[in-house]
Write a protein that binds this ligand. Structure first.
Ligand code: PLP
Length: 385
């Protein structure tokens, strides 16, 4: 990233922490062996993978053997949803999820609907939070999987997943969470949170792109089995074949280790900057916060600048990177499905920007962003009138 860019799009991806890059480097050069080979360099590579598995396991409170490495959260989500529905087809072919999930979950569910699986998409309230009464009503005896994200990528809103997991388990359904925006940024403990299946991704917490993982509970009563999506060689206990991405996995481990040590100090620093930015925007006329004011991750602020088009705001900025909704659907011209599910009309959804801060954000980034965006919004509003 060029020096002059003010990067406030950490929910799309984060920069690689220099310490993570340093940890990865030897595995691109001297230590290139295949982790499945039984010669000495192979054993060394396999040790590095083992150590990374232990680091991610301590970050999420699992056993190392419960972690499957994948190419990222999208693959982890596809593996889990398709694999569980296939393996447990005798139990039923029904999924419960939420309308504000990431496209990785929603599009996988849509695909399965075309194959005869039934999917219930739960609504959310004005804050983006799902109603537990609705969850309970939706889960049936033939529900195989309940999948609800922990932190929303567009608003940062946190769902009550402990309670949802409890409701799923009462009907013998597995509880899965897409925790891609949570892992590495807030404390996540799969045991305390009663999670059976969880997806995460390195590039959302200062690790490299193209690597992530899946937690699959191995202890009764909710031991998860699945049919693999990718066959060939039986790597990752048969759940995901293919030569392991050793540098990527080492990077994921390094990012997990740093997150565990620095999560608390990151949170304090980032929250202060986020709150400052948010206050400045909310002091402007006709601005509204999208999402719950408190039940929300500390690094995100999603603001509706009424009467100013988000694309036009972004076009007016050449050194500030922010997002109009989610980057994953940036090729589509539809308004954010998350904001419309929360009851925003199309115009307000089109006038909303997501600011997501990170470990390397500074006071000057925030001051600069607040004044530039404020001025741009004011100009656009005058043009409209
Ligand atoms: C980024 C993201 C994903 C996709 O992760 P990849 O590793 O890029 O495939 C899935 N879910 C959420 C909530 C995300 O923010």
């Amino acid at each position: 990233m060029q020096e002059e860019i003010i990067y406030l799009d950490h929910n799309a991806t984060t920069p690689l922490d220099p310490r993570v890059l340093e940890a990865m480097m030897p595995y691109f050069t001297n230590l290139y062996a295949n982790a499945a080979s039984n010669h000495r360099p192979g054993v060394e590579a396999s040790r590095a993978v083992k150590s990374a598995r232990e680091k991610i396991a301590s970050l999420i409170g699992s056993d190392p053997s419960e972690v499957i490495f994948t190419s990222g959260a999208t693959e982890a989500i596809n593996t889990a949803i398709k694999g569980v529905l296939e393996f447990y087809k005798e139990k039923g072919a029904h999924i419960v999820t939420v309308s504000t999930e990431h496209p990785a979950v929603l599009d996988t569910c849509k695909y399965l609907e075309s194959k005869g699986v039934e999917v219930t998409y739960l609504p959310v309230d004005q804050y983006g939070i799902v109603d537990l009464v609705e969850v309970e009503k939706a889960i049936r005896t033939d529900t195989a999987l309940v999948s609800v994200m922990l932190v929303n990528n567009e608003t940062g809103v946190i769902q009550p997943i402990n309670e949802i997991a409890e409701l799923a388990h009462q009907k013998d359904a597995f509880f899965m969470t897409d925790a891609t925006q949570a892992v590495g940024k807030m404390p996540v403990n799969v045991k305390e949170m009663n999670i059976d299946i969880m997806a995460f991704s390195a590039h959302k917490f200062y690790g490299p792109k193209g690597v992530g993982g899946l937690y699959l509970r191995s202890k009764r009563p909710f031991k998860v089995k699945l049919d693999a999506l990718i066959h060939g060689g039986g790597h990752e206990r048969g759940a995901r074949s293919g030569t392991l991405n050793v540098p990527g996995i080492v990077g994921l481990g390094a990012a997990a280790e740093i997150a565990l040590q620095e999560m608390k100090s990151d949170q304090e620093k980032i929250k202060e900057l986020r709150d400052q930015l948010e206050r400045t925007f909310l002091e402007m006329s006709d601005t509204v916060l999208n999402g719950h004011p408190t039940n929300r991750l500390y690094n995100v602020s999603n603001i509706c600048f009424k009467g100013a088009d988000a694309d036009a705001i972004i076009a007016g900025l050449d050194n500030i990177a922010v997002s109009n909704g989610s980057a994953c659907s940036s090729t589509k011209v539809e308004p954010s499905h998350v904001l419309t599910a929360m009851g925003l009309n199309e115009q307000d959804a089109y006038s909303s920007l997501r600011f997501s801060l990170g470990r390397f954000s500074t006071h000057s980034d925030i001051n600069n962003c607040a004044s530039t965006i404020g001025a741009t919004v004011n100009i656009l509003r005058t043009l409209i009138i």
